[in-house]
Design a protein around this ligand. Structure first.
Ligand code: SF4
Length: 164
């Protein structure tokens, strides 16, 4: 039977190590190539206007994604507020540029993930997640403990920092 690979990371303790590492990056943020060096744990913000707290604009089953993600139950999207890329032509301008959204805890986002799974979605689709990578990995840990087993989609703009 298929199992998500994040379960192995959780069981081995590797997920906790990665959460610690990711949160340390927030002390002098270089999650993305902008490398603002803002101490987001102390409330400073960089180009993405995001601090320590997760912000979510909406969540729910989405049938507008690519067919393999949508299936019959929809893709379980969670739209994160703000963006590190900030294209001027963004189709989600209010969310990405104008900070439309609400602060949510990692545990609340885990509850959204469980809710999407119960609704019959085929995956959890984090939309514009890069600037909230630490918080989302932590939310995933909470969601694992609450029973989430869906594949994860990292639906980013491709503006990721792959080197430290
Ligand atoms: S994630 Fe935000 S604060 Fe961090 S480097 Fe990118 S734009 Fe700057």
């Amino acid at each position: 039977m298929w199992e998500p690979s994040y379960l192995k990371l959780y069981e081995s303790g590797e997920l906790d190590k990665r959460i610690d590492l990711l949160y340390r990056i927030l002390e002098s943020c270089e999650l993305c190539p902008r490398k603002c060096r803002a101490n987001r744990l102390e409330g400073e913000k960089g180009v993405c206007k995001s601090g320590k707290e997760l912000m979510v604009s909406s969540y729910g089953p989405h049938i507008g994604e690519e067919d393999p993600l949508v299936g019959i139950g929809g893709s379980g999207t969670i739209f994160l507020t703000n963006c590190n890329l900030l294209c001027v032509y963004c189709q989600n301008y209010e969310i990405s540029h104008l900070e439309q959204g609400e602060t949510r805890s990692e545990s609340q986002v885990a509850d959204y993930m469980i809710s999407l799974q119960k609704m019959g979605c085929h995956n959890i689709n984090f939309v514009t997640p890069t600037h909230f990578a630490p918080q989302l990995v932590k939310a995933t840990k909470h969601a694992i403990e609450k029973g989430v087993r869906l594949p994860l989609v990292w639906n980013c703009g491709g503006y990721e920092n792959i080197k430290r």
